[in-house]
Design a binder for this molecule. Structure first.
Ligand SMILES: O=C(O)C(=O)Cc1ccccc1
Length: 294
């Protein structure tokens, strides 16, 4: 039976592009049938479908080079303790403006996923100051609002414009040319993962913790544990604990492999300086992305 992969849908999203690129890479490496893609209405629902066992893997955006973290992915992985990150991949993102307008001045509203609106905010401010920005559940869902008279536009990909045969009025509207999003490939902890990363792929460990007390220096202790071992932290991000105002969960990506005594000793020490500590997995960042056609 083919592997099933959940992702934010409908067809045409960047999450689907990442899932297609991963599925091709996976089938090529394992000589297994190409995985089946399962579009979901939200990022949280994609992760929940894997947690519930309805899909084997999910592909979720976690961080963008312009907009930063995708909070819903962090919050959901923190909540669903049965999940484990198995791999990361990076997709290059080029946004296009889709509208039936003849000129930009006719556009009164722009719909897109909040990540895409954020990644294009400077371009939008300079080129469409009159337009209202409206969040949609995905860049593809935004295309439903593109109207015949050209007053409503959507930000999506060139690939989505081709899939749904809609006109592109402006290309490459992201605020920086090298716009990239990192995605996590996630499974249940007990699901065997048959893929071995190519030699030399960098390995990361993602974890998160809350602190035992909201006092000066409380964060310093956990950070010192990594510093003492010269473990580089490629990301540290705080999210509200949702329990009380001013209380946070810290999400950390460490450039180190969990399966070393070196990192295990850091975790042992970390346990005594944190309240709740969750390790989401140790995984390689693999260059899997080619060009995905429509
Ligand atoms: O809405 C999409 O297409 C997504 O996959 C979410 C998203 C949006 C913008 C950049 C990366 C991911």
């Amino acid at each position: 039976m083919s592997l099933s992969i959940a992702h934010l849908g409908p067809a045409g999203t960047y999450a689907e592009q990442a899932a297609i690129a991963y599925a091709d890479w996976y089938a090529n490496l394992t000589q297994q049938p190409i995985p089946i893609l399962c579009p979901c209405p939200s990022i949280a629902q994609a992760l929940q479908s894997t947690a519930a066992g309805d899909t084997k893997l999910s592909v979720s955006p976690v961080e963008n080079s312009i907009e930063g973290s995708v909070s819903v992915t962090l919050d959901t992985v923190w909540q669903l303790e049965m999940l484990q990150i198995r791999q990361a991949l990076v997709l290059s993102i080029e946004h296009v403006l889709i509208a039936k307008a003849q000129q930009l001045q006719s556009i009164q509203a722009v719909y897109s996923h909040p990540q895409a609106l954020g990644q294009c905010q400077t371009w939008l401010k300079h080129n469409l100051p009159q337009a209202t920005l409206v969040p949609a559940s995905s860049t593809t869902e935004a295309l439903n609002y593109v109207d015949e008279d050209g007053s409503i536009a959507a930000i999506s990909s060139e690939r989505a414009a081709q899939l749904y045969q809609l006109p592109v009025i402006q290309r490459s509207i992201q605020d920086h040319p090298d716009n990239c999003t990192r995605f996590w490939i996630v499974s249940q902890k007990e699901t065997p993962y048959p893929v071995t990363a190519p030699e030399g792929s960098p390995v990361y460990t993602s974890l998160a913790f809350s602190l035992p007390a909201n006092v000066p220096g409380a964060l310093l202790q956990p950070l010192k544990i990594f510093n003492d071992r010269h473990i580089n932290l490629s990301r540290i991000e705080s999210r509200p604990s949702k329990r009380s105002l001013g209380e946070y969960v810290f999400f950390v990506d460490a450039e180190a492999d969990l399966n070393t005594s070196f990192f295990q000793s850091a975790l042992d020490e970390l346990t005594s300086h944190t309240e709740v500590l969750k390790v989401f997995g140790s995984y390689p960042l693999v260059q899997v992305v080619g060009t995905v056609g429509p």
